[in-house]
Structure formats: C-alpha cells, structure tokens
Ligand binder design. Structure first.
Ligand code: FEO
Length: 408
C-alpha cells in the first residue's frame, strides 16, 4: 500500500496485487499495481478506486487515512472505466459516504447500474466537458472508447497537465513508493517496459486500433504527467510511454522487433529434438530468441513474446489427425488478440498421418492473421539428419526475412 504525492494537490493511492490471475485468466508473475488518485481543489475528487481483489475497500480507506482525508469529504468520484479492478470499491464506499456525485461516461453509467445497481447523482461527461474543483483544478474529459472497455474516458487536470489515463499507458509489475519515472534507475524503467508489453498484449492489444485513436486524441493535450491506473507514473518523460504505446500498437500488424519467438510442444521428444537443433543454430545468428513450451508456459507469457517478435517458429507434433492441442489453443488466443502479419515457419513430427497443417491453416484463416509462412517441414517419427538440415536452412531463411522486414 502506497500513498505518494504526484504533484501539487494531487496524490496517488496504490495497492499491489499478487498471486491472482488478472481478469481470472492472465498470470502476473511480477504482480500489478492498482492506482487511484486524489485531487484536492476547493472540492475533493477521487479518480478511479483502489480495492483489495476481494472487493473490500479497506486498503483504500487506510490510504485515505494516511492523507488525513475523511472519505465523507470526497465530493466527486470520477470513474474513468468501470472494470471492477477500478470500480469494485464503490458499493462499500457508499456505506460510509452517501453524499457524493459520480462523473463518468454514458456507458459507464449503464454499467454502474448493471454491476452495482447505482443510478443516483451521476453526471455524464463527453469530450471536452469540464469540472471545476476550485484552486485552478479544472478537469477536462475525453472519451477513449475500447481502451479497454467501451465506457472508458480519460481525465485531464488542466492546471498541472496531469493525464489520468486509466488502462491506457499502464503496465503490470508491482510498485514501491518510488513509483515515478524520475525516481527509478534505468534498469527499473526497463523492467516496467517489459511489464508494459505483457500488460498491453494481454489486456489492451486486441483493441489496438481504438488505442491508436486514443493516443491521437490525447496528443494535442499539454501533457506533463501521465498517471495511469496500473504501473508507474510518468512525470519526467511522459512521451516515453506514449512512444512505447505507439510502438505496441504498430506491432499488432507487424513488423515488430528483430526477435523470433519459438512456440513448441512435444509428446515424446521427437519434435523436441528438432527444437533443440534449431535453438543451437539460432545462437549463432545474432538475433534475440524467446522459446516457450506449451502447455507448460502460460498464454500471457507466450503472447507477450509473440507481440514483440517479427518472426514466429511453431514446432508441434500432429495429435489424433490434428495439431497438438495446446498449440492450437495458444494460436487461437494469438488470433483473438490479433497478432497479425508475422513471418513464420512450422515444423514437427507425425506418426500415423499429418493433419497439423490443415488445422493451422484454418486458425490463420478464421482470425485473418495474415502470417507469411515459409514452407513447413514434417517428419515421420524422429527427425533424420536430412530433416534437420532442411529445417536449419529454413530457419536461416526466416532469420534473413525477419531482419530485412524490420530494417527496411
Ligand atoms: Fe484496469 Fe480494464 O481495467
């Protein structure tokens, strides 16, 4: 639990969450922070909420206590986004303060009713609407639908240039009291950059086009500080996270970084022999390689690597006339997240017959993934020397294509 000062009259309340699956689905090996903000003008507003993952807001109240803020003095609740990681505390907040106003989008108001049966004292805001808290803190709102739910808005404090961006410009990774880019060492910034890719690819990536529009909409604002709902606050160099997000958006359709991700699975070690051969070969190719075995590796980790990678190598056996099922499941997820335009190569073992290719083609077509494949290599049983040589030649060809694609 952290309480920190962002800038004059603005404070961050932050809670780290660990040992859960985010959205009940995504592994977060380094945790995640959920950030809320207090703006103290003549009137006090809270932007988004902080709750324990069980929905009990004791964390929030303890943090308010540290700031000597009576929850009953909070006049405005600004809901940037209704997903319960940000809104789960509202019902409990109502138990101790029944005289407050909610400021949110029309869609948030509908979700507020659906989730918490709350309909009272709601002010609907649209693009460029403002709220004057006094002491110069005039808040301006902008709708950024589908970043990442349809209801999302951002809130901009015109006095301090602080953009409360909710899920936009966020990252995974738990935080400390030094939750600001100006207080972090370069290697710590790199940590949050890796966590931002994981967050973006797992949570926001499917909405990359709305994210692009959101970035364009926020660009004209005189932003001095970016204060997201997850991750660190950017007040020394806010353009860094904006530029990073512009890159993440562009990676959706490819090319991405000069990296190759190997996604592989093996039943009895036959495909694995060829994977090991490829891994050794790639060590000599001066290109970054990420290797993930399925189903052992989580979807979120595979997705984060694939988002960053221009090249993908798929290695899997045929299983009961189809693709090795965990590989099919991961590819379906990459399809749903719209990981498109990759340079790719597949190889793998079969026993009775082939079949993996047919299912791969179906998945690529169903999700319009538009991956550019080098001709696949399949071998019956264990890979022979000639199979390995052919696989090696095609992997080298893939490396060449990836490098050309990124550098052209
Ligand atoms: Fe952090 Fe989409 O909620």
């Amino acid at each position: 639990m952290n309480v920190t000062k962002v800038t004059e009259d603005i404070y961050q309340l932050s809670v780290n969450v660990e040992n859960i699956l985010f959205e009940g689905l995504w592994e977060i090996p380094n945790g995640v922070s959920v950030n809320s903000y207090i703006i103290k003008g003549d009137k006090t507003a809270i932007v988004d909420g902080v709750c324990g993952w069980d929905g009990v807001p004791e964390s929030l109240f303890k943090l308010l206590g540290k700031l000597e803020i009576d929850p009953k003095s909070i006049e405005y609740l600004i809901i940037n986004h209704m997903e319960p990681d940000h809104s789960g505390w509202i019902e409990d907040f109502k138990k101790i303060n029944n005289d407050f106003k909610i400021v949110c989008s029309q869609k948030s108001a509908e979700l507020l009713d659906a989730f918490y049966n709350h309909k009272e004292n709601i002010t609907i805001v649209k693009d460029n609407d403002t709220l004057d808290l006094g002491k110069g803190h005039v808040l301006k709102f902008a709708e950024i639908p589908n970043v990442h739910w349809p209801d999302t808005i951002v809130t901009f404090d015109t006095l301090t240039g602080t953009l409360f961006s909710c899920d936009a410009f966020g990252s995974f990774g738990k935080v400390t009291d030094s939750n600001y880019d100006d207080l972090l060492k370069p290697e710590e910034i790199e940590f949050y950059e890796r966590e931002a890719v994981r967050y973006y690819s797992n949570i926001v990536g499917a909405f990359s086009m709305p994210t692009k529009k959101a970035i364009e909409k926020c660009a004209p604002l005189p932003i001095k500080i970016i204060a997201p709902g997850h991750g660190i606050v950017w007040r020394k160099n806010p353009s860094k996270i904006i530029e990073d997000y512009i890159r993440y958006v562009s990676y959706q359709k490819g090319p991405a970084k000069e990296e190759i991700t190997i996604i592989w699975g093996s039943m009895y070690g036959m495909t694995e022999k060829a994977v090991n051969y490829v891994a050794e070969l790639l060590e000599k190719e001066s290109i970054k390689v990420n290797s993930h075995q399925v189903p052992q590796e989580s979807w979120g980790t595979v997705l984060a690597s694939a988002w960053n990678s221009t090249g993908i190598i798929l290695a899997m056996p045929t299983y009961e006339y189809k693709m090795f099922p965990p590989m099919a499941a991961v590819l379906e997820e990459l399809g749903k997240k719209k990981v498109q335009g990759r340079k790719a190569f597949r190889f793998g073992s079969y026993g009775w017959s082939g079949g993996a290719q047919k299912e791969l083609d179906e998945i690529m077509s169903r999700y319009c993934m538009n991956w550019d494949f080098i001709e696949s290599v399949e071998f019956k049983g264990a890979p022979r020397e000639e199979d390995l040589r052919l696989i090696g030649d095609r992997v080298k060809e893939l490396v060449k294509i990836v490098k050309e694609s990124v550098n052209n």
